[in-house]
Design a protein around this ligand. Structure first.
Ligand SMILES: NC(=O)c1ccc[n+]([C@@H]2O[C@H](COP(=O)([O-])OP(=O)(O)OC[C@H]3O[C@@H](n4cnc5c(N)ncnc54)[C@H](O)[C@@H]3O)[C@@H](O)[C@H]2O)c1
Length: 393
């Protein structure tokens, strides 16, 4: 294991990190013990979608209908090293700040994916990455045939994507950190340029893949109709921005609404169909926002979600209230879930075997890069960004 020096002037503050060879699959025994009982409590496997997500953690055996990755023909536990054959996906990473490091750690859990290079001009020359460093976007794109991940500050996404899409050989797949951009103009520019270049753009809504969300989706699918459907949702996301850092955060990430509101919307999208959004109140200088979103549940009944974001505190919660009065409470900070007030109570906790963000990025990257599954369609991307940015244009 190499010790990675502190780096990146102007990045979000983060401690000295370690990067090195993969630590093994997420889904090792420690996790299996924690997750399997929770899956069992909500029934045989109520939602196939959520079931397959949870299996990535729980290491449960595949079901008969699974289309397994060809690289999984061997048990990864028994494989002596990574298998670099033509089935290995090669990806490139742009931006190695706080979340770029999370990508490296998460990708280390996916033996079928190789990091072909990292491009970040802000990195000091003597930083040891453990993966190749690319000198330019063109060099990175040439090395990474299966996709480029953009993990630079939100305000730079449009420019970085434009430069990539103007290359003589633009990437075929562009995976961009949420949100796609801080304005609708940026978002539309990226999507238009990608369309012209024949590039598939996908937005990486990491919280929507969180283990407690996958668990909640299963509970909702199994019990939602019995509890009368979803009547209301409360969703609050806050991050602590250190005093004196507000201006830098605004420049890089725009506002708490742009930075965190997209997390709330992408989580809600997993449970209901979002129809409208109105910004109720905001104090931009204090960094908080409140909004209301109209939605339709699985049975077609209308409901209202209250959303709030802040750059103070460090709290991320979603409460889904059913018409019966039962509540599905998801704590995205503690990675827990509780169903309360229903005929059968159930709960979920990931424990601390895997860092919270890594537990989001492993299933998300596995699903997109290894399984080739697209959970959020291009029209979902447009809808979510219109709801997020339409009201503040
Ligand atoms: N930090 C988090 O907890 C978090 C979580 C999820 C998603 N995100 C998203 O990830 C993205 C990056 O956030 P972060 O917190 O890692 O930022 P950061 O400031 O910590 O790191 C950004 C990195 O990008 C590099 N960079 C800037 N401009 C570049 C360019 N033009 N080309 C190449 N590299 C460039 C910087 O040198 C820096 O190393 C944002 O869109 C953010 O919304 C962040």
């Amino acid at each position: 294991m190499e010790v990675r020096a502190q780096q990146v002037a102007g990045g979000r503050a983060h401690p000295v990190e370690q990067v090195g060879p993969p630590h093994g699959q997420v889904g090792d025994d420690a996790l299996r013990g924690r997750l399997a009982p929770s899956v069992g409590l909500v029934g045989e496997e109520p939602d196939l979608d959520a079931g397959s997500e949870l299996r990535r953690f729980a290491g449960l055996p595949p079901r008969g209908h699974d289309h397994r990755d060809p690289l999984e023909r061997e048990d990864p536990q028994h494989r002596p090293g990574r298998l670099f054959d033509r089935m290995t996906r090669t990806v490139g990473l742009i931006g190695l700040g706080e979340i770029g490091l999370t990508y490296l750690e998460a990708l280390g859990h996916l033996p079928a994916v190789r990091v072909a290079g990292v491009f970040d001009p802000g990195l000091a020359d003597d930083v040891i990455l453990g993966v190749p460093r690319s000198a330019s976007l063109a060099e990175l794109a040439a090395a990474a045939g299966d996709g480029i991940i953009v993990a630079t500050p939100t305000a730079t996404h449009a420019e970085v994507c434009r430069d990539l899409l103007r290359l003589r050989r633009p990437p075929r797949v562009l995976l961009v950190e949420k949100p796609l951009g801080p304005t609708l103009r940026d978002v539309e520019g990226i999507l238009t340029n990608a369309g012209l270049a024949g590039c598939d753009v996908q937005v990486l809504y990491h919280v929507a893949y969180a283990p407690e969300v996958a668990w909640g989706v299963g509970v909702h699918a199994a019990l939602g109709p019995l509890e009368g459907g979803v009547a209301e949702i409360d969703c609050h996301f806050s991050d602590l921005v250190p005093a004196g850092e507000e201006e830098r955060f605004r420049k890089a990430f725009s506002s708490s609404w742009v930075d965190l509101g997209i997390n709330a919307l992408s989580v809600l999208k997993r449970f209901v169909r979002l129809e409208s959004l109105e910004l109720d109140d905001a104090d931009e200088s204090a960094g908080w926002y409140r909004a209301r979103s109209g939605f339709v549940d699985a049975a077609g009944a209308a409901g209202v979600a209250r959303l709030s974001t802040a750059w103070s505190g460090d709290d991320k919660r979603t409460t889904i209230r059913f018409r019966s009065g039962a509540e599905l409470r998801l704590d995205h900070q503690r990675v827990t879930g509780d169903l309360v007030g229903a005929t059968s109570a159930t709960s979920f906790a990931l424990g601390d075997a895997v860092p919270r963000l890594v537990a989001h990025y492993v299933p998300m990257l596995s699903e997109i890069l290894v399984e080739g599954h697209r959970r959020f369609s291009p029209s979902d991307d447009v809808t979510l960004h219109r709801l997020l940015l339409g009201g503040i244009a």
